[in-house]
Design a protein around this ligand. Sequence first.
Ligand code: TRP
Length: 338
Amino acid sequence: MATLSAEILPSDPCVLLDTSCTTIAETVREGLTASPKTLPPWLFYDRDGSDLFDRITQLPEYYLTRIERSIFAADAPEMMALAACGEKLRVVEIGAGSADKTRLLLAAAADMQGRVSYHPVDVSESALEEAKERLQREMPEIHCHPQVADYTRDLRLTPCFDGERRVVLFIGSSIGNFLPEEASSLLRGLRLALDRGDSILLGVDLAPTADGKSIANLTAAYDDGAGVTAQFNKNMLVRLNRELDADFDLDSFAHRIRWNEDESRIEMHLESLIDQRIRIDALDMNVEFAAGETIHTENSYKYRIGEVEKMLQSAGFGHPQRWRDEDGWFAVYLAQAE
Ligand code: TRP
């Protein structure tokens, strides 16, 4: 899955939800002295975290990847044709990751026009190189031009030739991992980087409904029976133990998922099961936890249909088209920069 499978080295600038800190040390100091305690989701994605995330996307409970892929399998040709509008399509992807579902879209574009130029943007050079190598081997009509950048900060796209249009892929419900106001400003920033007639293809996980997707369906996706998501969440502590010489005992923390109805979001936390003091040597710091206290590690907002249209429109994207699975669990939008 896209955005978040990047490996981020400790010396890399912070990405995603973080706006001020630049190192893992500063980030952790700030997050664990805050009240309530938080750690930013980019800390998940070292190499082990990226592998665990890839496993999450294959879990039976994690319907998002499966459903989004099924929507692409059915409708990618129509999506690519609408985005191209009779011109040549250039495909940009922000937060590209393993680019697995992307291949359905790229294949549809290649069927339509032959050669396709593909510009994945990610913070991780190694993830991009891997994706490029695989595409070169398996889809020779795709010409891959990776760009290492943090799309939440500086998104500069290479200019298009005459007769070309861009479609920017922002899939995997990555938009849900931003606060709504951040999501809106991200879309506005994206609009500024585009030309009129370019478009965005947005994958969005939908809020539960009375007669369809239940809250239990939703929480199961983030709390699977095999415990992979729990391991993914706790990998953050493993990383702090390794990189900052901390002494978190993994068994005294539990993976907790909460559905926050008021905010329409899934929250992921690490809950301390006992009163305890954690030592973080590299920060020369002790952190006290009361039993039941949590570290908030991730949000995943779930949108209602009308809200996405509104957000797109106020960011300068018009004529939204929408595709959904039969049960209405997940939606893919295509909207045009006006
Ligand atoms: N955007 C996806 C989602 O919210 C991917 C994701 C981000 C995720 N963080 C996660 C999935 C943590 C599982 C656990 O579902």
